[in-house]
Design a protein around this ligand. Structure first.
Ligand SMILES: *[C@@H]1O[C@H](CO)[C@@H](O)[C@H](O)[C@H]1NC(C)=O
Ligand SMILES: *[C@@H]1O[C@H](CO)[C@@H](O)[C@H](O)[C@H]1NC(C)=O
Ligand SMILES: *[C@@H]1O[C@H](CO)[C@@H](O)[C@H](O)[C@H]1NC(C)=O
Ligand SMILES: *[C@@H]1O[C@H](CO)[C@@H](O)[C@H](O)[C@H]1NC(C)=O
Ligand SMILES: [Fe+2]
Length: 420
């Protein structure tokens, strides 16, 4: 009968719709791995796909023609309470240096594909090859997107983003879900950064607003950072002759913790092999900051972080330490144990920078403590913006603080490779 026919038609439509809805790739991102000749691709789907894959080639292609190289992706389910969905991830390896690659993600069985994206590989060299990246902390979704907008506009000149925690602020919600985080907010944030993160690697570390009820599976299962620890809470990677080490200020950092044991062996082995190479460390929380904000005042946890981390950064000659958490911009002189150590022309200790200025809904801190600490460069600002780092050569790095909505360069310095 007609009724039977239209009922069957409806079921077919619903089935097709659910299959399409299930495997439609969302929140597509790329990230660097421990192997410089590889790029990881991750994306979110509402349901588990039957055959998630990445297609890639060094020339453009039509994803539906299946003419490019195929890599089967792995899938991990969100296990956090009240969250659902899947992260699909695959690593494209044996890439050539300084090469444009095109890629699309999707599901081979259902034939649902993303648009075609591209990225450019790094130099994959042990020697320094110039490059630029932007860095910021404390961003959040939906309040002030000026930094995202600005970074999209300058993508052609950038090789990476380093988002130092407090990623989506998906915990600041009313009701019971707050404890477990708001997945809608989290996913909306990931969609917002897609124009950036599909094009250049988006590297992160966890902040306090990225962990719900003591669990960081949303962070771990969305970003899949290199596996220095299980879950990528702390890890390292190399890019164009610079070594990056990320730590988690949201995980135990006491002197006997697994993280500090890892950090020591990681820094030690890097320095043994590379006595004069650039070393950039990052974490959500700084150990130096001087705004009128609890963490920057007389805070025992901050002193504890300084106690375990700073001696290692000093001993293994970490050149630059980037952190957020305090919603301010602040640049320190090279320092060790609250004292100035050398100059920017001849650093005798790490240079610390606080860049918690990406525009989160909590707003900026109200003011700075007076007087400024003796290790302050004198540059302390309460304005939104991001840091741009230009690695120039083996002896010079340029650091700029750029106002997000005007492009004004509010701080601009060079510092040289220190040996201490
Ligand atoms: C890579 O993708 C971007 C964003 O879609 C596009 O503007 C650019 O032209 C592409 N580059 C190449 C070499 O195709
Ligand atoms: C930023 O937000 C404004 C206002 O909501 C919107 O019009 C614009 O498209 C957003 N830009 C980006 C890059 O998300
Ligand atoms: C989760 O976030 C969405 C988007 O901002 C919002 O509409 C919703 O009310 C939030 N849920 C809760 C329980 O706060
Ligand atoms: C590195 O760049 C700086 C700034 O441009 C320059 O003064 C210096 O001579 C360069 N050093 C090397 C080793 O090329
Ligand atoms: Fe924070």
């Amino acid at each position: 009968s007609d009724m039977f026919r239209s009922a069957s038609a409806l079921i077919v439509v619903l089935l097709v719709a659910s299959v399409l809805g299930n495997s439609t790739p969302q929140s597509i991102k790329i990230s660097l791995t421990e192997d410089q000749a590889s790029m990881q691709v991750t994306w979110y789907t509402d349901s588990e796909g039957s055959s998630p894959v990445v297609q890639f080639d060094s020339k453009g292609f039509d994803p539906s023609s299946l003419s490019a190289s195929l890599i089967q992706a792995k899938t991990v389910e969100f296990t956090e309470k009240l969250w659902s969905g899947y992260t699909n991830y695959a690593t494209i390896s044996q890439l050539s240096a300084n090469t444009v690659y095109y890629y699309a993600v999707g599901d081979q069985k259902t034939g649902v594909w993303s648009e075609l994206f591209n990225f450019t590989t790094g130099a994959m060299s042990a020697d320094v090859v110039p490059f630029n990246f932007v860095t910021y902390g404390d961003m959040g979704e939906g309040v002030d997107n000026s930094t995202v907008h600005n970074v999209i506009n300058r993508l052609d000149s950038l090789q990476m983003v380093l988002h130092v925690g407090d990623i989506a602020y998906a915990d600041l919600q009313s009701g019971n879900e707050g404890k477990y985080g708001n997945q809608t907010t989290w996913n909306m944030f990931l969609e917002e950064i897609t124009p950036i993160a599909t094009r250049i690697p988006y590297m992160v570390c966890p902040g306090n607003h990225d962990i719900f009820d003591g669990v960081s599976s949303n962070y771990q299962n969305s970003f899949m950072m290199p596996q220095g620890s299980s879950g990528g809470n702390w890890y390292s990677f190399d890019y164009n002759g610079v070594h990056f080490v990320g730590i988690s200020s949201e995980t135990d950092y006491s002197s006997t913790s697994p993280q500090i044991a890892w950090l020591e062996s990681e820094l030690k082995s890097f320095r043994k092999a590379n006595p004069t190479g650039w070393l950039i460390a990052f974490s959500h929380r700084p150990y130096y900051c001087s705004s009128d904000f609890g963490w920057c005042k007389d805070d025992q946890s901050r002193y504890a972080l300084q106690k375990t981390v700073e001696p290692l950064f000093y001993q293994y000659n970490v050149d630059l330490f980037i952190a957020g958490h305090s919603h301010e911009y602040e640049r320190f002189l090279p320092a060790y144990q609250n004292e100035v150590a050398g100059t920017y022309e001849d650093p005798k200790g790490p240079v610390s920078i606080v860049i918690g200025t990406a525009g989160c809904q909590e707003g900026l801190n109200p003011s700075f403590q007076e007087p400024a600490p003796s290790i302050s460069s004198g540059v302390r600002l309460l304005t939104t913006g991001f840091g741009q780092v230009s690695v120039i050569n083996s002896t010079h790095i340029q650091w700029q603080f750029i106002k997000d909505n005007t492009n004004e360069i509010l701080d601009d310095i060079y510092f040289t490779k220190g040996t201490f």
